[in-house]
Design a protein around this ligand. Structure first.
Ligand SMILES: NC(=O)c1ccc[n+]([C@@H]2O[C@H](COP(=O)([O-])OP(=O)(O)OC[C@H]3O[C@@H](n4cnc5c(N)ncnc54)[C@H](OP(=O)(O)O)[C@@H]3O)[C@@H](O)[C@H]2O)c1
Length: 223
């Protein structure tokens, strides 16, 4: 359990794929305790071993998703988009009392179009109930960018949507610890816009032959 002086412990649920490991490595490098979650314990453990080896650490631990969620203060959901609802339903009990960060981008690879409300993050809040504080973030941060130049700041901004401002602030701190700028962008309903931007970023990647297109906000002053 987190105390006021200790940093939050972080679980990455579905942390064995493309997006989760990059976030895990950046937070582990910044000194956070990380639990990599998977449906399969062995897969979680082998991802943790790989990431520790890459960073020269021994602090990343692999667990089944529900165990990872129970050990953490803040859980970051990075399961494949199509498993979003089923994963949340199966982890509902383990997530009670936590902050759940939903990184789900709504990308239709067949026919790109703006997603319709409700946002994936709003769906998550409805599934998890009032004792979980859902925060939408990192949907526009490409896995390739996270893994590139580890230890260096990322030239990217994160729009953080939540109904609970305190939970949003906690996630803004995490984004900054991982080398990103982050801003509170309103309620969970606003997340539908952020989730839809990722399709546009994929089009930009194709157009410009990169894998790292992300977003930047201008005109805001931040300490
Ligand atoms: N990739 C990116 O650049 C990027 C950028 C921004 C946001 N996102 C978002 O981040 C999330 C993860 O994206 P990704 O590219 O990392 O996905 P991914 O690599 O395709 O999959 C991530 C993990 O999802 C788990 N998974 C697969 N099927 C599942 C199921 N039926 N039930 C539960 N878990 C399942 C797998 O973990 P186990 O087999 O170990 O359980 C897998 O390692 C998505 O919502 C995506 O929109 C991705």
């Amino acid at each position: 359990m987190q105390t006021s002086s200790s940093p939050p412990k972080i679980a990455i649920l579905g942390g064995t794929g493309k997006e989760g490991p990059g976030l895990a490595m950046r937070w582990a490098s910044a000194g956070y305790q990380i639990f990599i979650g998977s449906r399969q314990l062995e897969k979680a453990k082998s991802t943790a071993v790989e990431l520790n080896a890459e960073l020269g650490l021994e602090t990343i631990v692999g667990l089944e998703n529900a165990d990872a969620a129970r050990q953490a203060d803040i859980c970051v959901l990075t399961v494949v988009q199509t498993a979003h609802q089923a994963a949340l339903e199966s982890l509902r009990e383990a997530l009670q009392g936590k902050i759940l960060v939903d990184a789900t981008a709504r990308v239709d690879f067949r026919a790109p179009q703006p997603p319709a409300p409700p946002s994936a993050a709003r769906i998550a809040q409805d599934i998890l109930g009032p004792h979980v504080r859902v925060v939408a973030a990192f949907q526009n941060v490409p896995a390739h960018a996270l893994k590139k130049n580890l230890g260096q700041p990322l030239d990217t901004d994160v729009l953080v949507c939540a109904d609970n401002f305190e939970a949003a602030q906690a996630v803004i701190c995490l984004a900054e610890a991982a080398g990103m700028r982050a801003y509170y962008a309103g309620s969970l309903d606003n997340a539908v816009v952020v989730e839809g931007l990722t399709s546009l970023l994929i089009s930009l990647n194709k157009q410009y032959g990169v894998k790292t297109a992300s977003i930047g906000v201008t005109g805001l002053e931040k300490d």
